[in-house]
Write a protein that binds this ligand. Structure first.
Ligand code: ADP
Ligand code: NA
Length: 349
């Protein structure tokens, strides 16, 4: 029986927002407190994925440092002596990820990759577009094949479990396909990973509640950053788009704005009440202005630990970040190398 190994990654593409926090980062911190010390946890800042779209080098370097500060602020990678903080590392520091990607590429199916949706949506192509589409000149090999790198990220660490949002389950399916292809060709070497599906609800944009909250939205007031001050959070909520009814009710279809605020309130509710229940609680006698202030207070308070952690890490300076990076690269590198010894042997390298 293999020990439990959990792997997850996040791109260094700016300060995370509430959607990233509730959908990915908070579940990671929950894993660190719920996993026994025998479970290995790896959290990777996947900078090799970030360069599938063009990046300014200095910006990429800064965003990588920023993501490291955020992960440390959340208590990941360090643990601060309390429990299983897991290992935080930068993907490009562990060369085995790229090495395994190449090896997997040699048994991965072009047809399968061609049917995947991400490269199509990034180029704004129809679902039935082929990689030989007329706009193929815009399709870079890295954007087309990055699911192979994602598979390598997981498989190189022999991950048994991968926490993913719904939008990513297709990629985990592809990783399993890579295991089948490799093991069929070279004998049973790689381990099939399982999905740990995040129960988190999608958080919607504050300025357009029909779109998901996203880093790529040009409007800064559409999203709350996890480092925002309580005042900034209040301001963004005051201007959040709702509707003309001056009351609170849970109705995601007809009242997406108010319902999104109820989702936020529920995410930080000490009693764990659902948005539906909270809609009932505040449905009588509270106007939207007062409700937005309440949500602002609860979210501001809910992010206080993160904010304080971020300030603490920021005071530490560069040396601390470099030390954590070095330690992460060593621990993750050893784990990855143990896989690669078997892979190279199986392939004859
Ligand atoms: P963005 O759209 O802001 O660029 P990413 O695609 O980089 O976000 O996603 C990083 C992680 O955050 C993923 O695990 C994704 O599922 C999660 N995530 C992103 N946006 C949201 C959202 N609005 N609600 C819930 N989870 C989200
Ligand atoms: Na993404």
């Amino acid at each position: 029986q293999h020990p439990q190994i959990i792997f997850s990654g996040i791109q260094p593409t700016g300060t995370p927002h509430l959607g990233n926090y509730l959908g990915a980062l908070r579940p990671w911190t929950q894993l660190t407190s719920s996993s026994p010390p025998t479970t290995k946890l790896f959290f990777s800042i996947v900078d090799l994925h970030a360069i599938t779209s063009s990046q300014r080098p200095e910006q990429l370097r800064e965003w990588r440092r920023e993501m490291m500060r955020v992960l440390l602020a959340l208590g990941l990678g360090d643990g601060g002596g309390k429990g299983n903080g897991g290992t935080v590392f930068v993907q490009s520091h562990v060369k085995q990820h790229a090495e395994l990607m190449w090896i997997l590429s040699c048994t991965a199916s072009m047809g399968y990759l061609g049917r995947m949706t991400q490269w199509k949506s990034k180029l704004d192509l129809k679902d039935d577009a082929s990689p030989l589409d007329e706009r193929k000149g815009k399709l870079k090999l890295g954007l087309f094949s990055y699911p192979v790198l994602q598979a390598a990220d997981i498989l190189v660490h022999r991950a048994t479990h991968v926490p993913v949002g719904e939008d990513q389950s297709q990629h985990l399916e592809f990783a399993r396909e890579c295991v089948t292809n490799f093991n069929h060709t070279y004998g049973s070497t790689l381990i099939y990973p399982q999905t740990l599906l995040s129960p988190a609800k999608r958080i919607m944009s504050l300025t357009n509640p029909l779109k998901k909250m996203s880093k790529s939205d040009p409007s800064p007031s559409s999203r709350i950053l996890i480092t925002d001050s309580p005042e900034t959070i209040q301001k963004k909520l005051t201007t959040a788009v709702t509707d003309s009814m001056n009351s609170v009710s849970w109705d995601p279809v007809n009242r997406p704005g108010v319902s999104n605020l109820l989702t936020l309130l529920s995410a930080f509710d000490g009693e764990g009440r659902t948005p539906e229940v909270l809609g009932g609680v505040y449905g009588t006698g509270m106007g939207l202005g007062a409700f937005k202030r309440l949500v602002g207070e609860v979210v501001g308070e809910g992010l206080r630990g993160v904010r304080e952690g971020y300030e603490r890490v920021s005071r530490e300076g560069e040396g601390y970040l470099l030390e954590v990076e070095r330690r992460g690269a060593r621990v993750a590198g050893e784990n990855a190398e143990a896989t690669m010894v078997g892979v190279r042997e199986a392939v004859g390298l």
